[in-house]
Design a protein around this ligand. Structure first.
Ligand code: 5GP
Ligand code: ZN
Length: 112
């Protein structure tokens, strides 16, 4: 499968890793939209939020268990934003489920 994030998880493409466990991999976004911009991805290939189901939802649970740890590690003591883009209308550009963690400053209220 030709998936950018699967290759990053496998170490075939370099990334700036910030966190890893059995289920989850997190790394710095290559084009940061905030002082802190990290992507959190499942180690299993799941295309998008629309493909989450009872068989694979443990990966989503593990991601959301990891996020507070990652946020703490990144020094996001005053809050942060989690974003998931899904499908064409959601402007998802990489078709491997991922959650953006954005923070490090007061973010604008409006949708970007
Ligand atoms: P999406 O638009 O699919 O929600 O977000 C994809 C994100 O992946 C974008 O923020 C983009 O900057 C990031 N990205 C794309 N290619 C790479 C890459 O090769 N390495 C890293 N670290 N991030 C990438
Ligand atoms: Zn993948």
């Amino acid at each position: 499968m030709d998936c950018l994030f699967c290759k990053i998880i496998a170490g075939e493409i370099p990334s700036s890793k910030v966190y890893e466990n059995e289920y989850v991999y997190a790394f710095k976004d290559i084009n940061p939209m905030a002082p802190v911009h990290v992507l959190v991805v499942p180690k299993e290939h799941i295309c998008c939020a629309d493909e989450v189901n009872t068989d694979n939802s443990i990966y989503v649970a593990k991601i959301f268990e990891a996020i507070p740890e990652i946020a703490k590690q990144l020094g996001l003591t005053n809050g942060y934003r989690i974003i998931n883009n899904c499908g064409e209308d959601g402007c998802q550009s990489v078709k491997h489920l991922h959650f953006h963690i954005l923070g490090g400053k007061k973010l604008p209220e409006t949708l970007a």
